[in-house]
Design a protein around this ligand. Structure first.
Ligand SMILES: Nc1nc2c(ncn2[C@@H]2O[C@H](COP(=O)(O)OP(=O)(O)OP(=O)(O)O)[C@@H](O)[C@H]2O)c(=O)[nH]1
Ligand SMILES: [Mg+2]
Length: 301
């Protein structure tokens, strides 16, 4: 590869082949990937996280967003994060997204990343790939991830604005949704509003949102029928309103702190190896007076 400053310049000028290579380098942790990350000229491109249960209509909604934003001349990168398919390398989700977009707009770049090892690893990868995208020439980045549990929604919460897509079939009891999933939403979308229970469901989401409002922002509820491109404009207005509100600044600082915390934890843990620990412990655990807390103290100090 060329010098890092040449790479930065070329990324910024919109070389998407180079972008793909840089993302692969980070994804595979190929030699020099950390140097690459450290040399990136990362700009504050707004990141929109779209999450929600499987089949809620996230990709259809993203396809609508992309069409609308492209019409405004915006260049968009979409990252599909698939926590469920360790064997498909995210191709399924990415391909489906590509199909739903069914056009080859040069201003749209789609990439996927899938679970390989631990979920923590996937969150880190999503964060790093997003940062590579931020060093390119995009005006907006959209991350799609299936929100099926707390750890997966961690990925969506890496975004400046998080949109939680729900469907009336999620059951009219919102309580059934994991509390952690509801917490991260800055905007709720009740999609499949063509469903008969949509109105009632949207009312209960709104009621719940108002219960947990803070001084800076109360998450609005947008009804949409993604297959008919209905509700997209309202969603875009709300995304814009959040991104220009005071709430986003406090969130951004917290986001950076969260990211820094993850990286520090990774750096501190890098010499800790579970099998080496097991080996060391094997002898010690049968010794009289063995104490795990003392053992850990001797390792970390
Ligand atoms: N009736 C109705 N169907 C919809 C609507 N939005 C999406 N769908 C359909 O719901 C199905 C799932 O849509 P996707 O956009 O793939 O949903 P997703 O949330 O991206 O799904 P995963 O990525 O698999 O979690 C598709 O068959 C869509 O055509 C809607 O507003 N109304
Ligand atoms: Mg999808």
């Amino acid at each position: 590869m060329k010098s890092f400053s040449a790479i930065s310049q070329q990324l910024r000028s919109g070389d998407h082949k180079l972008l793909a290579r840089c993302i692969s380098m980070v994804e595979n942790e190929s030699e020099g990937w950390m140097d690459l990350l450290q040399s990136l000229d990362v700009t504050p491109v707004p990141v929109i996280g779209i999450t929600g249960p499987p089949g809620a209509g996230k990709s259809t909604l993203i396809s609508n967003l992309v069409q609308h934003y492209s019409k405004d001349g915006k260049k968009i990168a979409v990252l599909a994060v698939d926590p469920s398919s360790p064997f498909h390398h995210g191709s399924l989700l990415g391909d489906r997204l590509r199909m739903s977009l069914h056009f080859s707009n040069p201003g749209v770049y789609i990439r996927s990343v899938a679970a390989r090892g631990s979920l923590g690893g996937l969150t880190d990868k999503a964060m790093e790939i997003t940062d590579v995208m931020k060093a390119a020439d995009f005006d907006l980045i959209i991350i799609e991830t299936v929100g099926i549990g707390q750890s997966e929604t961690e990925i969506a919460s890496l975004a400046d604005v998080t949109v939680l897509v729900l469907v009336p079939e999620s059951g009219d009891e919102i309580q059934t949704l994991k509390a952690g999933v509801m917490e991260i939403a800055d905007i709720y979308v009740v999609n499949k509003a063509d469903h008969e229970d949509a109105e009632k469901f949207a009312d209960s989401v709104l009621w719940m949102s108002q219960m947990k409002h803070n001084a800076e922002w109360t998450a609005p509820v947008v009804k949409s029928i993604a297959t008919q491109d209905s509700g997209t404009k309202e969603l875009i207005e709300n995304i814009g309103a959040f991104l220009s509100s005071g709430a986003v600044n406090s969130k951004r600082t917290l986001l950076f702190a969260e990211k820094a915390y993850r990286l520090i934890a990774r750096e501190r843990m890098k010499d800790i190896n579970k099998s080496a620990l097991a080996e060391q412990l094997q002898q010690k655990i049968n010794e009289k007076g063995f104490n795990l807390y003392k053992f850990v103290k001797s390792i970390v100090s």
